[in-house]
Design a protein around this ligand. Structure first.
Ligand SMILES: [Zn+2]
Length: 138
C-alpha cells in the first residue's frame, strides 16, 4: 500500500486521506455523459484506501443510468471528491485535484477511458457492495 495522501474539497468542509492503488499510474479522464460534464481527472484507490475524517455528512451522492457507480460531492462547494467505480466496484476513482499539492495540470498526458462503450453496459447485475461501508470504516 502506498503512503496516505491528504485530500479535501474546495471549501475544506470535506477532508479525507487516500492511499492510491498504483500511485498516479491510473490517472484518466472518461468520455461518458457524466464525466465529460464533470471534467475531472481521476486516479484509482482501493475502497478501504479512503478515510473521510471530516465532513462525511457534507458528502452527497449521485447515481444515474445503471446506478452502479456512486459519485460523491461536497454539498457545500459542489466539488466532486471521489466515486465508486462501475468498471471496478472494488475501487474508488478519486479527483486528483482534491489531493493536496496535486494538480491535473501536473500530468503531461492523461489517457481517456471509453466510458461511452462501457464494458458494464452489456448487462450484469448490481454489485451489491455498499459504498457507505467503505466510508464508515475506521
Ligand atoms: Zn466543499
Amino acid at each position: 500500500m502506498n503512503m496516505a495522501l491528504n485530500a479535501q474539497c474546495h471549501c475544506e468542509a470535506v477532508k479525507f486521506t487516500v492511499e492510491l492503488s498504483d500511485n498516479f499510474e491510473t490517472i484518466r479522464r472518461c468520455n461518458c455523459s457524466f464525466c465529460r460534464m464533470r471534467g475531472a481527472v481521476a486516479v484509482s484507490a482501493p475502497l478501504l484506501g479512503i478515510n473521510v475524517y471530516e465532513g462525511r455528512d457534507k458528502l452527497t451522492e449521485y447515481r444515474f443510468n445503471t446506478k452502479q457507480a456512486a459519485h460523491y460531492f461536497c454539498s457545500v462547494c459542489g466539488i466532486y471528491t471521489f466515486h465508486q467505480r462501475r468498471s471496478n466496484p472494488k475501487q474508488f476513482g478519486v479527483n486528483v485535484s482534491c489531493i493536496v499539492g496535486v494538480s491535473p495540470f501536473d500530468f503531461e498526458k492523461v489517457p481517456v477511458m471509453d466510458g461511452i462503450q462501457h464494458p458494464k453496459d452489456g448487462g450484469g447485475g448490481v454489485t451489491g457492495y455498499l459504498c457507505y461501508e467503505a466510508l464508515n470504516h475506521k
